[in-house]
Design a binder for this molecule. Structure first.
Ligand code: DGL
Length: 268
């Protein structure tokens, strides 16, 4: 029994789609979330920048006495997970490995697609992880950068989203894939639109679901589940508190957000 919080971080608000799954799967766990809203997007940045920002996010979460860390960002998980896990003395989980495992379990024809930010696609972390489960897999990947602002704007189910998805996914549709990984925290918000474009024969994989299960497994293995009956506490920290934070964040989390505080992340 360990009632210290789980630390979660992301480049901004997208990681709240991961927190949503954590809350469902582990309702008793306290969570401290940090979103680097001052420096989002990470997906178009260099690996050096993403690693530097991730170290600072880790420094902040460590200062809060967390028992483990979930990197709720596909870009950070593909670029910095190895470095972070080596440098900090706390269990660290990313979203790539659980997402890859879900996709491997899902495919029947061993042909799958991955969509994500430019950095996630460039670093090929999903490909490497999937190949350990399905060595002969055929993988097609595409960066879908514009899905990020579309999801934040609340336009996920509009004609603009549909046209953008058609433009990005047209090539992928011709590849006869049966599984598509939503390899970016924002993309589950566009699930309906993406599914409309890809058709019913393509299963969409949200890595957040597998990540939450893996967090539970890790805590159980380490004897650190919080089995307290009292209500879990959620604290949200950001590096810039812009307008509409609660609106956008609430949409990603699927419930109202309270206790948002701004911190100076450059100090960590
Ligand atoms: N959270 C990022 C991801 O999952 C998307 C937003 C960004 O580019 O920073 O890759």
């Amino acid at each position: 029994m360990d009632n210290r919080p789980i630390g979660v971080f992301d480049s901004g608000l997208g990681g709240l789609t991961v927190v949503k799954e954590l809350m469902k799967c582990l309702p008793g766990e306290n969570i401290i979330y940090f979103g680097d809203t001052a420096r989002i997007p990470y997906g178009t940045r260099s690996n050096e920048a993403v690693i530097r920002y991730s170290r600072q996010s880790m420094g902040f979460l460590m200062s809060k006495g967390i028992k483990m860390v979930v990197i709720a960002c596909n870009t950070v998980s593909s670029v910095a997970l190895g470095t972070i896990a080596r440098e900090f003395k706390v269990p660290v989980l990313g979203v790539i490995e659980p997402g890859a495992k879900m996709a491997a379990d899902c495919t029947r024809n061993q042909r799958m697609g991955i969509i994500g930010t430019r950095a996630t696609i460039r670093n090929k972390a999903y490909e490497k992880a999937i190949k350990t489960y399905v060595p002969n897999v055929e993988i097609y990947s595409t960066a879908c950068t514009l899905f990020v602002p579309i999801a934040e704007e609340g336009w996920s189910n509009t004609r603009i989203a549909l046209l953008t998805a058609e433009k990005y996914l047209d090539n992928m549709k011709a590849k006869d894939i049966d599984t598509l990984i939503l390899g970016c925290t924002h993309f589950p918000l566009l699930e309906e639109t993406i599914s409309q474009v890809m058709g019913p024969g393509v299963k969409l994989v949200n890595p957040a679901v597998g990540t939450a299960l893996e967090v539970k497994e890790t805590l159980r293995a380490n004897n650190s589940l919080n089995i307290n009956d009292s209500d879990a506490e959620y604290h949200f920290f950001v590096s810039d508190l812009g307008e509409k934070f609660e609106d956008i964040g609430g949409r990603f989390l699927g419930k109202d957000i309270k206790y948002v505080q701004k911190i100076d992340i450059e100090g960590y």
